[in-house]
Ligand binder design. Structure first.
Ligand code: NAP
Length: 247
């Protein structure tokens, strides 16, 4: 049986690639490709069962409210979700017969990079994150970097503060502090999505690096979420449980 899929943000960089991937998948049918200004009611008319959202942090909340109210499963790649926004979405979908998967990164290697970084977290004195994206990205730090920092920080609970005697001469020189971990955001022409997590201990360092060279890298994860969202009740944040990586 084919899954009837709608895409929001269909004319965007990610949305365009998602439309191609859904159209090419033999078990999916693209029934609605909507962008800014299009009427969401088309999702109902065209009987979408799963809707993928790659829009903007400003637009996604209203889209999710519509999907939860109309009992349509949601797969969300749009970034900008903090705990407060996640709590709202969780409540909306708890009251819906539909489910939602929100993933800060759909690239399978990026999910593994986060898992490996979480595992390494407690074994080093220092850790910093460097993320690098194309210069049209609207938010910083990236959702992936924030999620990585949160996972590492949780794994390091109870450890002493990281050694750092530096005084900033210029504000921001040591990056943004997320859950106690510095994140440095680079915006570079020609880049797609890249991240290094650098760990330091006495006399050694470990660097875990992930590169998305092409938006195609996100598609296996997006298709996995389209296929599995109906199995995971309510809100699922991150792809880990869909991949069986939950510890
Ligand atoms: N989770 C992941 O793996 C992953 C990977 C890459 C990117 N992202 C995130 O995905 C989002 C999209 O990235 P992108 O590079 O594709 O951005 P983009 O090229 O700007 O695409 C966003 C598209 O959504 C449209 N849009 C805005 N509001 C809408 C609404 N209410 N309904 C329908 N369409 C709407 C925009 O139209 P206008 O241009 O007219 O506003 C634009 O065509 C960003 O938040 C980005 O950080 C996530």
């Amino acid at each position: 049986m084919t899954i009837r899929v709608g895409v929001l943000g269909a004319k965007g960089r990610m949305g365009t690639t998602v439309c191609e991937a859904v159209s090419a998948a033999t078990d999916c049918e693209l029934v609605a490709a909507l962008d800014m200004g299009d009427d969401l009611a088309q999702l109902i008319t065209n009987k979408a069962q799963v809707v993928v959202d790659f829009t903007t942090p400003d637009s996604v909340a209203k889209n999710l409210e519509f999907l939860a109210t109309n009992n349509i499963h949601a797969v969300v790649g749009t970034t900008g979700f903090d705990e407060k926004r996640l709590a709202v979405v969780s409540k909306q979908f708890a009251a819906s017969s539909a489910n939602v998967v929100i993933a800060p990164n759909f690239a399978l290697a990026a999910v593994l990079m986060m898992k490996f970084a979480e595992t390494a977290g407690p074994y080093f004195d220092s850790v910093e994150i460097v993320e690098m994206h194309h210069p049209r990205k609207v938010d910083a730090p990236s959702g992936t970097a924030i999620r990585t920092a949160e996972l590492i920080s949780k794994a390091r609970e109870g450890m002493p503060a990281m050694p750092d005697a530096t005084k900033d001469l210029v504000a921001g020189a040591r990056g943004a502090n997320v859950s106690g971990i510095p994140i440095h955001s680079i915006r570079l022409q020609g880049a797609v999505a890249h991240q290094e997590v650098v760990f330091g201990g006495p006399g050694e360092s470990l660097t875990i690096r992930h590169d998305s060279y092409d938006r195609e890298s996100f598609m296996p994860g997006v298709l996995l979420a389209i296929r599995r969202v109906s199995d995971f009740k309510g809100l699922t944040f991150g792809l880990e449980s869909l991949l069986g990586l939950d510890s």
